[in-house]
Structure formats: structure tokens, C-alpha cells
Design a protein around this ligand. Structure first.
Ligand SMILES: *Cc1c(COP(=O)(O)O)cnc(C)c1O
Length: 352
């Protein structure tokens, strides 16, 4: 029997190709030489469009990936004796190899629980109360992820309540927006409404999962907080000398609203996937499907068979919850193929 074709459609949104608009912009940037280290017109254009999109005069920096964007932004908000409240399932806590602590020279992450990947206010209050003055790192910031690691989206009122909490405790707000586009697409709101207008100080704005090859933006909405950030980025090895090749695909995303189109399509596919899994197989998502991810409780046997059919996807929440992530490039046929795969793999399943 021929080996099953590897299918990465639902493994992550970073298994997808570069989107056509990003690719075209990259080719355009490659047609001529240009100034280095971000002194080029593409980088300037991206900063300018970001200011237009957020309707404010913010500071914009390009780094290579999301780990750098989060870690360097947080390091810039904090001193070594500070701490950052974040969700216990947040990328900065579980997936960045201690980079926020490393780049900040010791700022401690304080994990907080909360349903559906969202920070719970009572839990945050409890964590703050556990701090013992000078004996504990001083709480300095809250990091929230939008859309969340569990595929949910904070509503503007939820962000407002977290912002109110932050004001009461004199904390700064950082947003991990690796999938910020997906959240904006779901909420159909002005980007400013869930960022600086709500009190977000810094945003890691993700493009990789939206359709570029690499390069995430660090946006500071309070200009004074951005002071000397270029030195921090350079010291961390995050200043690209040929920055135009990170910037051009970003311009391709941001011009003409491609970033939102890509996010809308990915979100729509996830909704379709969730609906079809429920309707045809009785499989209900474990968390509300509000962005581009569907989480399912699956047996190990079923997963082994699906993997045998070539499907790749992650176990995400122990012991038995799996994540199906949709990118801009997932098609209706991919979804139908997966549904057929689950049907085929379910036949004569032990224990079923
Ligand atoms: C993908 C992702 C990042 C960035 O990860 P890198 O691999 O460092 O680019 C950050 N936060 C979240 C929530 C993510 O899913």
C-alpha cells in the first residue's frame, strides 16, 4: 500500500504557505537593492500602515518571531525584579523556553488560571494577594493573548475589565497578538478598540500565522515605553539587516486588508470544521470555537488511526484534547477529507 500523504492542514497555522499577496510583495522587494537595517521604504510603509490601522501614532518594530516579540516587549516594560501575570496556558508561560524571563534578566511570570484560556479576575486578585512586598517580585504587567491559545476571543468588555484591574493595581498591559487578526475578524471591531483605547501598552502583532514567512511586529502605543527598544532588539539578535524582506510580505498583508481576509477565511473554516464534526460525527468542540482553532476530545486509538491516514495535529491539553488549527489556506475540500478520515478511522474502533 502506498504510504499516506502527509497532511499538515490542521497541525498549525504556521504549516501553511506564504499567502499570494505576501509572496508578490516579496518578489517586488527583490527586484531592486535597498537600504539595510530597516531604513528601507518597505519598513517605513509597514509602520505607516500600522499607524493608519490603529488610528494612532504608535512605535512599530519588526523582529523575527513571536517569542522575540513577546519577550523583548515584556523585557522593555519590566525590570529584573518585576513580575508579569499571564494565563497558565499562555505561550509566554508554556512555549517560549523562559525567553521572557531571560531577556528581562529575571522578571518572573505569575501564571493565573481561568476558563477557556482567559485570565480570571478573581484568580489574578488571588495571585496579587499572595505577593509579599519586597520578598516577591513586584507585579508590573499583565499579558493577555488575543485570540487565546484555546481558540477563544476576549470581548471588548472583558478587556475593559482586565484594564480596570490593571489600573487599580498600577499594572501595564501587554497583548500577545500572534493571532490578533483572527480576533479582529471575529469581533469585527476597530483594532484600536481592543488595544490602546482599552489601555494596551504593547502588542506583539503576528503575521507569520496570518500569511508571511517570518517577522512579527512589536507595537508600543505609549511612545515613551518604546524608548531605546531598537538597542534591545539589536542586542537580542533581532535586528534584520535585510529587513525589507520581513517588511515586504507584511505590506502585502496590510495593504488592502488582506490580513483580515486571511483571518476571516481561517476563522470561517474552523467554524465549518466544528459544525461538520458535530453534525456528522457528534464530536463537539471542547472550547467555544471563536477564532481559527477547534479543540476535540479524541481517543488515542482514533488519533493513531488518523495519523496512519497521514493527518498531523497536536495533542494540546493533557490527557486527551487535540487541536485542529485552520490557516488561511485550508480549503473546504480539506475539511471534507478530514471528516471522511474521522469516519473511516472510527469504524470498529476498540472501546467505541
Ligand atoms: C505562535 C505563537 C507565538 C509565536 O511563536 P514563535 O514560534 O516564537 O513565532 C506567540 N504566541 C502565541 C499564542 C502563538 O500561538
Amino acid at each position: 500500500m502506498a504510504p499516506a500523504k502527509d497532511r499538515y492542514e490542521f497541525e498549525s497555522d504556521n504549516t501553511a504557505a506564504i499567502c499570494p499577496e505576501g509572496w508578490a510583495a516579496l518578489a517586488q522587494a527583490n527586484a531592486e537593492s535597498a537600504a539595510s537595517y530597516g531604513e528601507d521604504k518597505w519598513t517605513e510603509r509597514v509602520s505607516q500602515i500600522v499607524r493608519e490601522i490603529f488610528e494612532t501614532d504608535c512605535e512599530v518594530f519588526l523582529v523575527f518571531n513571536g517569542t522575540a516579540a513577546n519577550s523583548l516587549a515584556l523585557a522593555h516594560l519590566c525590570r529584573s525584579f518585576h513580575s508579569v501575570l499571564c494565563h497558565e496556558r499562555s505561550h509566554i508561560e508554556t512555549d517560549e523556553c523562559g525567553a521572557p524571563e531571560f531577556f528581562s534578566g529575571g522578571s518572573k511570570l505569575l501564571p493565573v488560571s481561568g476558563a477557556n484560556g482567559k485570565l480570571d479576575l478573581a484568580q489574578m486578585e488571588a495571585v496579587i494577594l499572595l505577593q509579599q512586598g519586597v520578598h516577591s517580585p513586584k507585579p508590573r504587567a499583565i499579558s493577555l493573548t488575543q485570540s487565546t491559545e484555546l481558540g477563544t476571543v476576549y470581548r471588548p468588555q472583558e478587556i475593559e475589565r482586565i484594564a480596570e484591574f490593571a489600573r487599580q493595581h498600577s499594572l501595564l498591559l501587554h497583548m500577545d497578538g500572534a493571532r490578533f487578526a483572527n480576533a479582529v475578524a471575529t469581533l469585527d471591531c476597530a483594532p484600536k478598540a481592543i488595544t490602546w483605547e482599552a489601555g494596551i501598552a504593547s502588542l506583539a502583532f503576528g503575521g507569520t500565522k496570518n500569511g508571511t514567512a517570518a517577522g512579527e511586529l512589536v507595537v508600543f502605543f505609549q511612545k515613551e515605553l518604546a524608548r531605546e527598544f531598537e538597542y534591545r532588539a539589536k542586542q537580542a539578535g533581532q535586528l534584520a539587516s535585510k529587513m525589507r524582506f520581513l517588511a515586504a510580505p507584511w505590506a502585502g498583508l496590510l495593504e488592502k486588508g488582506v490580513w483580515l481576509e486571511n483571518a476571516r477565511r481561517a476563522n470561517q473554516r474552523a467554524t465549518e470544521l466544528a459544525e461538520k464534526l458535530t453534525a456528522t460525527l457528534g464530536l463537539k468542540p471542547v472550547f467555544p470555537c471563536e477564532a481559527n482553532a477547534v479543540f476535540l476530545r479524541l481517543s488515542e486509538q482514533l488519533v493513531a488511526r488518523l495519523r496512519g491516514l497521514g493527518w498531523h495535529f497536536y495533542k494540546f491539553v493533557e490527557p486527551d484534547v487535540y487541536r485542529l488549527m485552520c490557516s488561511w489556506s485550508v480549503t473546504g475540500k480539506d475539511i471534507d477529507d478530514f471528516i471522511q478520515g474521522v469516519k473511516a478511522a472510527s469504524v470498529n474502533l476498540p472501546g467505541a
